[in-house]
Design a protein around this ligand. Structure first.
Ligand code: TXA
Ligand code: MG
Length: 310
């Protein structure tokens, strides 16, 4: 996608004034504000109706800018070199003298940081003198947004500007890894954990359903399309939408597929937009056929499982 510099300028102008702007990233759209500004961070929480205890991810352009705010370590450098920019978020120790607003991370001693790959997000970050705090640009506990139309659906005119970057390529949120001690996965996401394991060459904990919620986005009621969901369904009930991993031979009005031939990458990309489409099509419930629990299929199943708690 071509970068339109006048659109970037428009976004920068609002962000410089501590306002919020929706930005495209390769995972999902973000609701962004200056991470150094109390006013901007408070505004993000208000717009998203997000509980104050749930900290935000901060988006950086490069390593130099991150060094001012966080303590970096060996595991971080290993993963950063291999996967950034890309769909991975690192939880690190915050420096005491960092400029991060206490409203961005609920005054915690840690900070979740990420380097988005989307060229428009990168171009914008490069031009700003500060990093961007940005949660996913959807209303709290609902399905994330992967296009400008999705963001508009949730926020209407409440957000002054949505920077258009086309449909998000990955389609699910970043994978979150806590690197403060022994590496620990806190959220499954757009980067497969088997690949992360290979780089770290050691055991890694996966703690995506902790008793004490360390990553509140992992709370049970999340990613809800607003309709009840049944998993591993074989038969469909009346007025139920049927969500399948690949295109079926029979063409029926209530059949929705995530990819043509069963590609998990394509399925992840289409997951949220398909759930939004079903919600708009007046079905009462959603039945989901079995999705392979490997690679990105694990992330898809994680989201559907949480959404099924609706
Ligand atoms: O792909 C993504 O990560 C997208 C795009 C916009 O970058 N962002 C995103 O943000 O998914 P959000 O706010 O919807 O999810 C961030 C998750 C939340 O579950 C939050 O609890 C967790 O990150 N988190 C934030 N700061 C944390 C911290 N210091 N320690 C542990 N978890 C943290
Ligand atoms: Mg979110």
């Amino acid at each position: 996608m071509k970068i339109n510099l006048s659109n970037i300028k428009k976004a920068k102008k609002l962000l410089d004034k501590n306002d919020c702007v929706a930005i495209p990233t390769e995972t999902v759209y973000g609701l962004a504000g200056n991470a150094y500004s109390d006013q901007a961070c408070k505004k993000i929480f208000k717009l998203k109706k997000r509980p104050k205890y749930n900290p935000l991810i901060v988006h950086y352009y490069d390593l130099e800018s991150l060094k001012k705010d966080c303590h970096l370590n060996k595991n971080f450098f290993l993963l950063f070199k291999r996967f950034s920019p890309g769909p991975i978020t690192f939880v690190l120790n915050l420096k005491k003298n960092s400029n991060i607003s206490i409203f961005a991370n609920n005054n915690k001693s840690s900070l979740a940081v990420r380097f988005p790959k989307h060229p428009i997000a990168r171009c914008l970050l490069k031009k700003l003198g500060y990093p961007l705090a940005a949660p996913s640009a959807n209303l709290s506990s609902k399905v994330s947004a992967v296009s400008t139309a999705d963001v508009e659906e949730d926020f209407g005119k409440k957000i002054k500007y949505i920077l258009d970057g086309g449909k998000s390529n990955v389609g699910v949120e970043s994978t979150i890894i806590d690197l403060r001690k022994k590496p620990k996965i806190l959220r499954l996401g757009g980067l497969e954990i088997s690949i992360i394991k290979k780089i770290l060459k050691k055991n890694m904990k996966v703690d995506i359903n902790p008793m004490k919620i360390s990553s509140p986005g992992q709370s049970k009621l999340h990613y809800s399309p607003g309709l009840p969901i049944r998993l591993n369904a074989k038969k469909i009930k009346d007025n139920e939408a049927f969500l399948c991993i690949k295109k079926m031979k029979q063409k029926k009005k209530n059949y929705f597929y995530l990819s043509k031939k069963g590609s998990l990458k394509e399925a992840a990309k289409n997951l949220y937009s398909t759930l939004r489409k079903i919600k708009k099509s007046e079905f009462d419930t959603i039945a989901v056929s079995k999705i392979p629990d490997i690679g990105l299929g694990k992330t898809i199943n994680d989201r559907l499982k949480r959404a099924s708690k609706y």
